[in-house]
Every structure is written in structure tokens, then in C-alpha cells.
Design a protein around this ligand. Structure first.
Ligand SMILES: Nc1nc2c(ncn2[C@@H]2O[C@H](COP(=O)(O)OP(=O)(O)OP(=O)(O)O)[C@@H](O)[C@H]2O)c(=O)[nH]1
Ligand SMILES: [Mg+2]
Length: 313
């Protein structure tokens, strides 16, 4: 056992909705990446920093890997693979419930797509010559023999050199996985201060938290059409912050949905976002939200560059 410090990158990849952001938050021990019940929540690689003994693990939460259609989709999938290729360890997270739902014939469309996307990841890993850690997620409430059966089938694909059974939401198995990932980090000085947990600029984090609340509130009516930008973030003398944000949507009807009757929906989103930002940032936030229709926001270079995504992917 040496005392040398270690530091490196661990990418978490997988189909949309596999629980990647939940796992990264759990490993880091605080919220660095937003989580919703919708697929394609994470749009750009989010870095969280976890410590395990003398090892620093920089977790890269990636957008889900799926068959891209739009420009934003292509940039998200490319970013996910870049994260994996550049990492010292790759964790492929698979949603066991989707696998079982397909086997048992009661899968939703999202389950079927998730299973297909997991196979795309396996093929991609093999093609890139990467050996990943298989992490079978959402084991809470699933029978052990069924878990083992799914794990064995996936493992036999040859894309992995080890497997873990975890519940990112409940925490089961996550410590074992963390110890293993820490051991894979190369020797070297820490890349972030020991007490830092996230590497996301405050402005971007603020946009993400509002996007999460937006999705939580209007997820059925607003598929992927929204984008949140922080337009002003100023600290006041009393230590509080004034944050202004614009929620961009593609159509007038969507604006109506986000604002809601008598402005109720927007008010709820603003309040939920502000409360969480107060907690995460550790100071009082005054949040001002605007909604704007911008049909082509998803075709503008600026919206991509703000997220560190490649517009031309
Ligand atoms: N039951 C159960 N649900 C989980 C678990 N982990 C994540 N979830 C749920 O799965 C959903 C998706 O979680 P996310 O962490 O946003 O998934 P993701 O892989 O980051 O999704 P994208 O960013 O869209 O690719 C959320 O509703 C989570 O609460 C788990 O261990 N058990
Ligand atoms: Mg995510």
C-alpha cells in the first residue's frame, strides 16, 4: 500500500435514463448533475469530483448514447464517446429493469430503446477497444437470480472485464464500485482541491437546475424543446445573488405551457429552482425567469458552445 496520490478520469456512459447522473451524484456525495425521469436529460459532460482515500476520481457524467437524429443529439452522443475515450476508467451503466421488461414482454417504448442503446454502447466499446466496468443499475426490488441472469448475458458480450450490481438511487453496491474505480486511477497529483465536488461554472449549474425543475413540472408536454440560459449573475453587497434566466422554447404553444394559467407553472419552476440554488450555492438567490420563443435555438452555434458541445459533430 503506497501513500502516493492518484488522480484520473472515470467516464460513466450508457443509454439515456440508465441512472448515470444519479450515480455520479451518489459517488460525489452531492448534486453535481441534474436527474429527471425523462430520457436525454444530461446534454453535456458534467464533471464531479469524488475522493476515496488518496485517490481523486473525476467523474464524467455523459449524455446518454442513443441513435442521434437532430444536431443536438449528434453533439451529445459524440461528447459521450469522447468522454469514454479520454478516461482512465469507463463504467457502462445498464438499467436492469428495462432489460427485464423486454424479456418479460411488458416493455415500454423507452425500455426497448434503452436496451437497444445499451447494445450500441457494447458495440462501440468493442470497436474502440475499450474494456469497461459493467454496472448493472436499479437492482432495488429486483430478484437476485434475475439480476445474475441479465448480468451474465451482458458480461458474455466480451466488452467488460468486471461487473458490479448497484442501486445508484439507494446506494447499494456503490461503495464497492467506487473502491474499484479509485484503484484504476493513475498515480499523480490531485487535479482539484480536495473539498471541491463539481467543475461546472455557477452560471451553467444555475441553468441546469432550472431546466431540471422545468422537466419535472412539464415533462409530458415539453419534449426536449427547451433550453435555459443564464443571462445575468451578479453578486450583491449583502452576499446574495441576482440571477436572470431565459427559458427558450420552440413554439408559442410551449411558451403557454411553461408559463401556465395565471403564471402558476413558471412560478413553481422559479421557486423550486431558487430553493435548490440557495442550498447548493450556499447563499441567497433572487431568481428572475423569462420565457422566450426562439424556433431555431437548437440550430444556433452559441447554444452549443455555451455547453462545450461541438456544433459540427
Ligand atoms: N429504482 C431506481 N431508479 C433509479 C436508480 N438510479 C436512477 N434511477 C431513476 O432513473 C431515472 C433517470 O435517472 P438519471 O440519473 O437522470 O439518468 P441518466 O442516465 O443520467 O439519464 P440521461 O441524462 O437522460 O441520459 C430517474 O428517475 C432516477 O431517479 C436506481 O438505482 N433505482
Ligand atoms: Mg443524466
Amino acid at each position: 500500500m503506497s501513500d502516493a496520490t492518484k488522480a484520473g478520469f472515470a467516464a460513466v456512459i450508457g443509454a439515456p435514463n440508465a441512472g448515470k447522473s444519479t450515480l455520479v451524484n451518489r459517488l460525489v456525495g452531492s448534486k453535481v448533475s441534474i436527474v429527471t425521469q425523462k430520457v436525454q436529460t444530461t446534454r453535456f459532460p458534467v464533471r464531479g469530483v469524488a475522493m476515496e482515500g488518496q485517490s481523486q476520481i473525476i467523474l464524467v457524467d455523459t449524455p446518454g448514447v442513443f441513435s442521434p437524429r437532430r444536431r443536438l443529439d449528434r453533439a451529445m452522443v459524440r461528447a459521450a464517446w469522447t468522454g469514454a475515450e479520454e478516461a482512465d476508467a469507463v463504467v457502462h451503466l445498464v438499467d436492469v429493469r428495462a432489460e427485464l421488461a423486454v424479456q418479460d414482454g411488458h416493455a415500454t417504448g423507452a425500455d426497448r430503446l434503452g436496451v437497444e442503446d445499451s447494445r450500441t454502447v457494447i458495440e462501440g466499446l468493442k470497436k474502440a477497444g475499450l474494456h469497461a466496468i459493467l454496472a448493472v443499475n436499479k437492482i432495488d426490488g429486483v430478484k437476485r437470480e434475475r439480476l445474475l441472469e441479465v448480468t451474465k448475458t451482458l458480461y458474455d458480450s466480451g466488452a467488460y472485464n468486471e461487473a458490479f450490481l448497484i442501486s445508484a438511487a439507494k446506494g447499494d453496491g456503490v461503495d464497492h464500485l467506487k473502491t474499484r474505480v479509485a484503484a484504476l486511477m493513475p498515480e499523480g497529483p490531485w487535479l482539484y482541491p480536495e473539498d471541491q465536488t463539481a467543475d461546472v461554472p455557477a452560471r451553467l449549474l444555475a441553468s441546469e437546475i432550472t431546466r431540471e425543475k422545468l422537466y419535472l413540472r412539464v415533462h409530458d408536454e415539453l419534449p426536449y424543446a427547451a433550453h435555459v440560459e443564464t443571462t445575468a449573475f451578479t453578486m450583491r453587497k449583502d452576499g446574495s445573488a441576482r440571477i436572470e434566466q431565459t427559458i427558450f422554447v420552440e413554439r408559442d404553444s410551449q411558451k403557454g405551457i411553461v408559463v401556465g394559467a395565471g403564471g402558476q407553472t413558471l412560478k413553481w419552476i422559479g421557486q423550486a429552482s431558487r430553493e435548490e440554488l440557495n442550498e447548493i450555492l450556499g447563499y441567497t438567490v433572487h431568481l428572475f425567469l423569462h420565457v422566450q420563443v426562439h424556433e431555431t435555438w437548437a440550430e444556433e452555434r452559441g447554444a452549443f458552445e455555451g455547453l462545450g458541445l461541438d456544433f459540427d459533430a
